[in-house]
Design a protein around this ligand. Structure first.
Ligand SMILES: Nc1ncnc2c1ncn2[C@@H]1O[C@H](COP(=O)(O)OP(=O)(O)OP(=O)(O)O)[C@@H](O)[C@H]1O
Length: 804
């Protein structure tokens, strides 16, 4: 806290800045309105101002010139309008809270101290020179996040600047009024951060610019390498840092980077709405957001039915331990492994020599070009040409063949028959097209005439030029063309490759697999895996674990698609992606840098990838020299008590450090039978609501359990209860009943684990799911259990919770 004198000065400065902001708004408003009207006017009267005359060549040129002049004028006004509007918005955004921080910096050799006020965007005084507010993303503002008072420096394009930071101050300003001023010394913003973190959960994530921590700042501003990997504990601010990083990149590269050149892969569609307000709050447009599943569905196409990751996890959590279940688990792990990735690469090499599978091209129930002919042609190409390039050659060859065959086919008997049997409507349609093409007849007639006159031939009788014959030929041509059009289309779409067959043949048994891929180390239950996979494929369905490898193999054969526009790819919950998926992203976005954020402690899927440490295969994706690794160990979401408890659930999570915010210990409630659970949980819900918590999650293990619990709690008359399923589009405040895997990435004031008994959570593989569920709690955590506690609580010292 500062003294009275300081406070007064700060309030005075705030008043001055507010006045200047208001003055700027008043100045900009008519300018914005004026430019908007001008642009609208130009748009409305566009054609009045243009002289359109196409009589002669000169007139035509004149017209083109006049249109482009008018266009240039319009786009100039629109550009000015957009710029002014942006300024107007930015000043308006500043008005209620112009800045949140200040540093006083004395640059070495300059001999004076500059006061640098920091806000969500820059604001320059009317002289155009003095910065009244610096954007938090400017190089100089980085000192605010990186240093306490004392020696400090920052990097500029011209080199490093060093000096003394004499003061560091933080503000809370609301509605133009100074509410709090903190002078910070050792660490930035503990007091402010305390206040921010003590607040309630929101159905939408907030920006953290006022309290970004040094290690988070390193993530936000890291702009050196192709790959940035962040391993961070639950609640350490990975997603927050990622979003501020997007804002930073958009600012730093504003001349050449647009929001739609950045893609964020989110864990589920609901998450999109959760994070969607952060960037607009910072005055930036949202980046593109998608899920990997959306990409898979798009890449594989409509022909196959894809399981989604949530159905996969439901299977893993629900099924009993049968042999089929064990086989599926082994398959999930193996099909995400690097060994399988390598096997598929080897398989593609093998296919370069033998074993390709094609579909015959068929017309009216007969083969036009047989699969054998296609295969023979394919293996005729020089084997040194890459597989995908040979496929392109084959595609060209097929299209050429089709042209020849189409011509031949016109004389076939079936064509004559079809013409005879054309019904009235079909005939009328064709006749119309013919009439439209009549000009061609006219042209050929005139041409014929001229040719004859020139060669001094006697002009033939009109009857010599046989229209009837021409018409019949045209009909044949059109009819055959109609039959051939879908064939061409499917060749262009590479449908002549039997991709399903190619993937299926991988599962013809251990020996065949080894011969094709060179892989001899397969999971124990490989034969059962083969059966399961083939059975599923025979229904034109794909397990989730097969979807990415399937698409990977498809693209190895057909050549991969690319998106060269995208410059930055962000992967949140990065531990849940397999190496296949990373390989994909790398190939799909060849010109993009990648930021992967995740936490191995929350790896709820079997195909998890380690992000950090020597074993991380992710480092190999772009190579060590192109990769930066950052680790976040401080957790901001939950109270000290909740973090101490949740970290005891994980093995080897000692290094997680809670931010120093106190609260109540987690509460463990045990009842005797599951019949009593609902009423105890309902009691807890009522108590938490009475304490003022209005974002509460009752977290269950599976979707089925969620629906059941939802019914039970409704029967207990719990108010404003909402069931969340994978189809739920957005998060809303209130009491949610939600399966753990859908609560990923989000947070709640209070969390109730519905049944933390050993009947529900017992497999070791469910430990991280359980941990993820508990770490969603910000202020309160309650665990209920009917009967024995889950074994995951075994390491939790009884001083870490309260038992009732
Ligand atoms: N520097 C900060 N200042 C204020 N709040 C912060 C800061 N860092 C993180 N938080 C808050 O901590 C909470 C957790 O942040 P976030 O969701 O980004 O963490 P995460 O690492 O992505 O978590 P998880 O892996 O558990 O999903 C959020 O409420 C966020 O606003």
């Amino acid at each position: 806290m500062t003294n009275e004198q300081d406070w007064k000065q700060e309030q005075e400065r705030l008043d001055q800045v507010t006045e200047k902001l208001q003055a700027r708004i008043e100045q900009l408003e008519p300018e914005v309105a004026g430019l908007r009207n001008q642009a609208n006017d130009i748009r409305k009267r566009f054609w009045e101002e243009v002289t359109v005359n196409t009589g002669s060549h000169e007139d035509f040129e004149e017209t083109v010139h006049s249109i482009s002049q008018q266009e240039a004028l319009l786009s100039d006004r629109e550009r000015s309008y957009r710029m002014r509007q942006q300024q107007w918005r930015s000043v308006n955004r500043l008005l209620p809270s112009p800045y949140f921080g200040r540093i006083d910096f004395n640059e070495n050799g300059m001999g004076f101290t500059e006061q640098i006020y920091i806000g969500v965007s820059s604001f320059v005084d009317a002289d155009g020179m003095s910065f009244l507010i610096y954007d938090w993303r400017t190089p100089i503002a980085s000192m605010y996040y990186d240093y306490s008072p004392g020696t400090a420096d920052y990097d500029t394009p011209g080199g490093r600047i060093t000096g003394q930071m004499e003061l560091k101050r933080q503000y809370q300003i609301r509605g133009g009024k100074l509410q709090n001023v903190f002078d910070t010394s050792v660490t930035i913003g503990d007091e402010l951060l305390q206040q921010v973190l003590g607040k309630g959960a929101d159905p939408q994530m907030k920006s953290i610019v006022a309290t970004i921590q040094k290690e988070q700042n390193a993530i936000i501003r890291n702009d050196n390498n192709r790959m940035l990997i962040v391993q961070g504990a639950a609640g350490s601010g990975k997603t927050s840092a990622a979003l501020q990083r997007v804002a930073y990149l958009l600012y730093k590269h504003r001349e050449r980077l647009k929001a739609d050149q950045i893609v964020l892969f989110s864990p589920n569609p609901m998450f999109n709405s959760y994070v969607s307000t952060v960037l607009p709050e910072l005055g930036e447009e949202n980046m593109q957001q998608t899920t990997f599943q959306e990409y898979l569905v798009y890449g594989i196409g409509k022909g196959m039915q894809l399981e989604d990751p949530f159905d996969q996890i439901e299977y893993v959590l629900n099924e009993q331990s049968t042999q089929a279940y064990e086989a599926r688990l082994q398959a999930i792990a193996y099909k995400a492994s690097e060994a399988y990735l390598q096997a598929l690469r080897n398989y593609a090499n093998w296919l370069g020599r033998e074993g390709m599978k094609f579909h015959s091209i068929r017309l009216r129930d007969r083969d036009l070009i047989t699969a054998e002919q296609i295969k023979a042609q394919f293996y005729n190409y020089d084997p040194s040409i890459r597989l995908a390039n040979r496929v392109t050659l084959l595609q060209e060859w097929l299209l050429k063949q089709l042209t020849g065959l189409e011509r031949q086919e016109q004389d076939a008997d079936w064509v004559e028959e079809e013409i005879n049997y054309l019904d009235k409507d079909q005939y009328a349609a064709i006749d119309k097209e013919l009439r439209d093409d009549r000009s061609i007849f006219e042209f050929s007639r005139v041409y014929e005439e001229l040719r004859e006159r020139n060669s001094n031939k006697v002009r033939r009788d009109e009857g010599d030029f046989d229209y009837a014959e021409q018409e019949e030929e045209m009909l044949r041509r059109m009819l055959v063309k109609e039959y051939f059009a879908p064939l061409r289309r499917s060749v262009k779409r590479m449908k002549f490759i039997d991709v399903v067959g190619l993937y299926t043949q991988l599962f013809d048994g251990t020996d065949v697999y080894a011969a094709m891929t060179g892989e001899t180390e397969v999971p124990k239950l490989w034969e059962a895996i083969c059966e399961q996979t083939k059975e599923k494929l025979s229904r034109r369905e794909l397990f989730y674990e097969d979807a990415t490898p399937f698409l990977y193999m498809k693209e190895l054969v057909e050549g991969n698609r690319m998106s060269t526009e995208v410059r930055h790819v962000f992967v949140d919950e990065g531990q849940d992606y397999s190496m296949f998926q990373y390989e994909f992203l790398k190939r799909l976005f060849p010109r993009a840098r990648m930021t992967v954020l995740g936490d191995l402690g929350q790896a709820i899927f079997t195909q998890a990838t380690e992000l950090y440490g020597a074993q991380s295969p992710l480092i190999q994706l772009y190579g060590e020299s192109e990769t930066s690794l950052i680790r976040l160990v401080r957790s901001y979401r939950s109270t000290r008590e909740i973090v101490a408890f949740t970290k005891s659930l994980l093995i080897g999570a000692q290094e997680i450090i809670p931010f120093d915010r106190g609260g109540e210990k987690p509460l463990l409630l045990q009842v005797e039978s599951s019949g009593q659970l609902a009423s105890r949980v309902a009691e807890q819900l009522a108590a938490l609501r009475a304490e003022g918590y209005d974002s509460i999650a009752v977290i269950t293990k599976t979707a089925a359990e969620s629906s059941e619990v939802y019914e039970l709690l409704q029967a207990q008359n719990c108010p404003s209860l909402r069931l969340v399923t994978k189809q739920t589009p957005t998060f809303e405040k209130g009491t949610l009943v939600i399966p753990a895997y859908l609560a990923k990435g989000v947070e709640f004031d209070a969390v109730i684990i519905y049944d933390a008994s050993s009947k529900t959570y017992y497999r070791e593989s469910e430990r991280k799911l359980f941990y993820t569920a508990c770490t969603r709690a910000m202020h309160r955590l309650v665990l209920c259990a009917a009967g024995e506690w889950t074994p995951f609580l075994a390491q939790a010292d009884d001083s870490l919770y309260e038992l009732r």
